[in-house]
Ligand binder design. Structure first.
Ligand code: NDP
Length: 334
């Protein structure tokens, strides 16, 4: 095979400024990045919020042009110059700037650094790994952060914001399987039955959190997984109980955080920032092992929709418009 299929993002200078394009196109295999050492035959990728931003050219996610999109991939090693990996190994890639400054995995092939790869847990298929994807792996990092900072089931309810999204849906599934009482905050109240089927004890309207509120509010949450940011995060922190923990990973509402220090200095609330892109390898392997052992497969199936590579460009707009429920897997070979 001399070419591979990819979702290629290009920017060129035109008379009226930079012109952006996203196309599914064939690229010579010989053009794969030279700074990778493992060629992976990608079986499945996914559309995360960040992929939506990149493909729709809505924020400066892409740092080099042209760029093959896709921050996540799962597939089989086709060739390797890294002794840690051999032909036939099944691997997962999340983050490390792939799809941002290194060609990504919304493609049939990717050339990646061996140091970036996680071995696919035996209990997961490549498709399930991408149903989880960066969103689900980040949800697990958030849940682990709550426990690392001392939250346990006896402390009370956990709030999950952006509940019907990828991070939110997986976080609800994990926390409910760990025995927590999970309250889901959503803008899609028509998805209440879906959220309850994932394990939410109660569903609340996100409008109650999305406007500016008082710096200290009635204490309710033992912990929070927040993928929304902005006023929602500020209000969640202001409602967190004494010594509670808030894991913050996202900005679906906004990147602003107009808070006071009161919850931190009067209630000892812990704000735990969660980044997935440059997590050390040991934490990644641990998070993936916990996903493989703890995440209910029936719930994973319920949150997953599979699309073809050619559908990913249109789907990017739906991701940004919050029209997607749960996770989108991309079958790059369909
Ligand atoms: P999704 O698009 O799947 O879900 C985001 C959800 O946020 C939506 O489904 C919606 O849920 C809610 N939402 C959207 N717009 C608004 C708004 N204006 N106000 C309040 N809520 C809103 O995205 P992901 O779950 O994949 O990612 C969520 C966030 O986490 C993103 O900002 C993403 O960039 C970030 N992220 C960060 C990572 C990291 O490494 N730190 C890794 C992965 C994701 P509902 O309709 O239920 O309210």
């Amino acid at each position: 095979m001399s070419t591979f299929r990819s979702l290629l993002l290009t920017k060129s200078d035109g008379a009226d400024g930079a012109k952006f394009n996203a196309n599914v196109t064939d690229i010579p295999i010989a053009d794969l990045p030279t700074d990778g050492d493992v060629v992976v035959r990608i079986e499945y990728s996914t559309l995360n919020y960040k992929d939506g931003l990149a493909i729709a050219n809505k924020s400066p996610v892409v740092r080099k042009w042209p760029m093959v999109a896709g921050i996540d991939g799962a597939g089989v090693v086709e060739s390797s110059a890294d002794p840690a990996w051999k032909v036939g190994d099944k691997v997962i890639l999340n983050g490390w700037g792939v799809g941002e400054n290194h060609w990504g995995c919304l493609a049939t092939h990717a050339k990646l650094k061996g140091d970036w790869l996680v071995r696919l847990p035996a209990a997961l298929t490549t498709k399930q790994a991408m149903a989880i994807g960066t969103a689900g792996y980040t949800a697990m990092l958030c849940c682990l952060a709550l426990e690392r900072h001392g939250v346990n089931k006896s402390h009370g309810e956990i709030l999950v914001t952006g509940a019907s999204g990828g991070v939110g849906s997986v976080a609800i599934s994990i926390l409910s399987s760990w025995g927590y009482d999970v309250i889901a905050s959503t803008g899609k109240l028509n998805e209440s039955e879906y959220l309850k089927s994932l394990g939410a004890k109660e569903v609340m309207d996100r409008a109650t959190l999305s406007a500016a509120g008082k710096p200290l509010q009635k204490e309710r949450w033992a912990g929070v997984v927040d993928s929304v940011g902005s006023h929602t995060l500020v209000n969640a922190v202001a409602q967190t109980k004494y010594r509670g923990v808030v894991a913050a990973c996202g900005l679906a509402q906004g990147a602003d955080f107009a808070a006071t220090v009161m919850p931190f200095i009067l209630r000892g609330v812990v704000l735990a920032g969660v980044d997935s892109v440059y997590q050390p390898m040991a934490t990644r392997v641990d998070a993936w092992a916990r996903l493989a052992s703890d995440l209910d497969r029936a719930k994973l199936d319920a949150i997953t929709t599979t699309i073809k590579l050619g559908d990913a460009i249109a789907a990017a707009d739906d991701v940004l418009a919050a029209k997607i429920r749960g996770r989108l897997v991309v079958d790059v070979n369909a």
